[in-house]
Design a protein around this ligand. Structure first.
Ligand SMILES: C[S@@+](CC[C@H](N)C(=O)[O-])C[C@H]1O[C@@H](n2cnc3c(N)ncnc32)[C@H](O)[C@@H]1O
Length: 265
């Protein structure tokens, strides 16, 4: 059947049937777009996959974490007296950042990730706290700089996450965060053509976690937000955006990640 014939056939299929077959395609790949998801559900998902994630990074299987994301953050990190890694997961990046600071604190609501961080990535000047940044910010500790790798996009409340991040930073402190590139990640992850996807809206995207060299059966969730929302939310939370860097991965023609260099106003 030619391309033109198949297209005209699609137009003759009743709309509802076409939609249900399209949804089925995404269900087969375990990709589900939801309106929201709670922080405790998110933390449980990261609990379940914590050991595997740490192995993927330690073994070098996770190329993006080791070769794209961590070097981009660390290259911009200036020496500071105190640093907080917001959404630190198993602490591998907190440990790599330790040499830039006299005190490093990793914060994450996933208990399992924090237990692994204490076990596998300890350091003389590192502390780990099993709390969301929102809860941690009530302690009123203030840091000279912050890093956050791929965590803002996993927080169910983006604005709450950023406001809390600002609260734990001194005025003028740099905040280096990476996020999935909102324009291209939906293509990479495979939901850009999902019947419910709209770039301008926020979605909780549930799917089986994958890295380039390994698919897994673990369900994790990230949130899609349009780029404009990230930038406006940073502004509302009290940050100025100093620069954006588009980061490429391997075997994907578009930038997969964004590094945002912000500053606490
Ligand atoms: C994609 S993982 C990244 C973990 C780690 N930064 C890394 O590079 O391996 C996202 C992390 O964000 C954490 N997270 C989600 N919401 C959070 C919040 N409100 N405060 C702090 N961390 C949060 C999750 O528990 C999860 O560990």
């Amino acid at each position: 059947m030619s391309h033109t014939q198949s297209r005209s056939l699609i137009h003759r299929i009743p709309h509802t049937r076409w939609l249900s077959t399209s949804f089925a395609r995404f269900e087969r790949h375990m990709l589900n777009l939801r309106k929201a998801k709670s922080l405790s559900q998110i933390a449980k998902e990261w609990d379940a996959i914590a050991a595997l994630r740490d192995d993927q990074i330690a073994s070098g299987k996770d190329h993006s974490a080791n070769v794209v994301l961590a070097p981009a953050i660390l290259a911009r990190l200036k020496t500071c007296k105190s640093l907080v890694d917001i959404g630190c997961g198993t602490g591998w990046l907190t440990a790599r950042a330790e040499e830039h600071t006299s005190l490093a604190v990793g914060v994450d609501p996933s208990n399992e990730s924090i237990s692994l961080a204490r076990l596998r990535h300890p350091g003389r000047s590192i502390k780990y706290v099993a709390e969301s940044v929102e809860t941690f910010s009530r302690r009123r500790a203030k840091f000279e700089c912050a890093i956050s790798n791929m965590a803002a996009s996993c927080a169910p409340d983006l604005q709450g996450f950023l406001v809390a991040s600002r609260r734990i930073l001194k005025r003028g402190a740099p905040f280096l965060l990476t996020i999935p590139h909102p324009c291209f990640w939906p293509l990479y992850w495979g939901y850009a053509s999902h019947p419910r996807f709209k770039y301008q809206r926020t979605f909780a995207v549930e799917g089986e976690f994958k890295i380039r060299r390994e698919a897994t059966a673990y369900l994790t969730t990230h949130f899609h937000h349009p780029l404009e929302l990230y930038v406006s939310s940073l502004g509302t939370a009290g940050f100025s955006v100093e620069s954006l860097e588009e980061l490429a991965g391997r075997e994907f023609d578009y930038p997969r990640f964004l590094l945002v260099a912000a500053k606490a106003k």
